[in-house]
Design a protein around this ligand. Structure first.
Ligand SMILES: [Zn+2]
Length: 255
């Protein structure tokens, strides 16, 4: 085994594309980690500047980052935003550096990001950025920010792609499924902070079930392990990432 279970670094970072992705994909697990004593950071690549039918990009970015910060505050988490544009997230030199610098300042021991294959390319590019930053951020020369204690290649988990399907419609099988039945109320409250998106989804997708869709996804994963609600993850196990399933060891013993 390349690395073993460790609790010496209890800082978790979710690095996802858009405001509200964390609330949909992994907030229940974040609540459980918070309750286990972890410091929680929620970061998004974009400020959600295209998530509107009516506001200009500056107004909606302000609205959405405030919504994300309010959702984070509900669980004592810190919100960060890289300030990239919706639909324009790219894996390039400048964005890699910004991502590494963010990771460097947080020094996470555990990271959640998007599935490598997901319905939206912003998600896939963020997944690449997270993979790069987790690999690099503990390397002294990669960033001008000081190297904090605990900086090393962290545990890395991919959240479920939207609807648990890759872009070709194939179902993703989680390596780790976390019971969040007891955290659904808080997860729902966090998602409800994104009031602008309930309206945007209604206008763009013809959906008026922002929170219900999240609950259905959680119920689907829950049914697979015999509980009411769950979140699924796939652990990254490439060299030199920690190989043991830290998340499962910490949280799969029940609530
Ligand atoms: Zn997204």
């Amino acid at each position: 085994m390349a690395a073993t279970h460790t609790t010496e670094n209890r800082t978790v970072l979710t690095f996802l594309a858009h405001p509200d992705d964390a609330e949909i994909l992994c907030a229940g697990t974040l609540v459980r980690l918070r309750d286990a004593g972890w410091a929680i950071h929620i970061a998004t690549a974009t400020a959600g500047d295209c998530g509107t039918m009516t506001e200009n990009r500056w107004n909606i970015s302000s609205i959405r980052t405030k919504e994300a910060a309010a959702a984070a505050k509900l669980i004592g988490a810190t919100y960060h935003c890289l300030g990239e544009g919706d639909g324009l997230v790219v894996y390039d030199k400048g964005t890699i550096q910004k991502t590494v610098d963010l990771f460097r300042q947080i020094a996470p021991g555990l990271v959640f990001t998007h599935a490598a294959k997901d319905y939206m390319l912003d998600h896939e590019q963020v997944s690449l950025l997270a993979r790069s930053a987790t690999f690099l951020y503990g390397t002294p020369n990669i960033s001008a920010h000081p190297l904090l204690p605990g900086s090393r290649v962290p545990y890395l988990y991919y959240c479920d792609p939207v609807e648990g399907l890759d872009p070709l419609g194939h179902a993703i099988e989680p390596t780790t499924t976390i019971d969040i039945s007891g955290q659904m109320e808080t997860k729902s409250k966090m998602l409800a902070c994104h009031a602008s998106q309930r309206e945007w989804l209604r206008a763009h997708h013809g959906m008026d079930e922002y929170i219900d869709a999240m609950k259905r996804a959680a119920a689907g994963r829950g049914g697979e392990i015999g509980v009411a609600h769950a979140e699924g993850f796939v652990q990254h196990r490439g060299h030199p990432y920690p190989q043991n399933d830290l998340l499962g060891e910490l949280l799969m013993k029940g609530t």
